[in-house]
Design a protein around this ligand. Structure first.
Ligand code: HEC
Length: 102
């Protein structure tokens, strides 16, 4: 096995590992599913990056925010209306939104 062949295998393994189920792209999920409401504040959704709107929510902690996002709340549908999202994807999107609001 040549060195470059071994490197190709390594790259394939890394790419597959990163693209696998354990990793969810919060930014992509946010842009696809959550931004529809959270970028402009539709139905009083806390706007992306709006520290004032998020401050009281950050206080409840990530586990509660994630389970709220999964179950829905008020005008927010469960999983932002995208029932196919995995829990890990919803969590990653919440993490992405929370990171922008700190
Ligand atoms: C149809 C519009 C809509 C979409 C799409 C949407 N949200 Fe929301 N979201 C809302 C509204 C409205 C609220 C405010 C709910 C309230 O406080 O009563 C909210 C609140 C939240 C909160 C704060 C919950 C809390 O305890 O106050 C989180 C976290 C959240 N959304 C995450 C997400 C994520 C993640 C997505 C995408 C997967 C998403 N939302 C998609 C409308 C939406």
């Amino acid at each position: 096995m040549s060195f470059s062949f071994a490197r190709q295998i390594l790259c394939a393994v890394l790419t597959f590992g990163i693209g696998g189920a354990a990793w969810a792209d919060g930014k992509a999920t946010y842009e696809k599913t959550c931004a529809a409401c959270h970028s402009t504040g539709v139905a009083n959704a806390p706007r992306f990056g709006d520290k004032v709107a998020w401050a009281p929510r950050l206080g409840v902690g990530m586990p509660t925010l994630v389970s709220t996002a999964i179950k829905g709340k008020g005008a927010m549908p469960p999983r932002g209306g995208s029932a196919r999202l995995k829990d890990a994807e919803v969590r990653a999107a919440v993490e992405f939104m929370v990171a922008a609001a700190r």
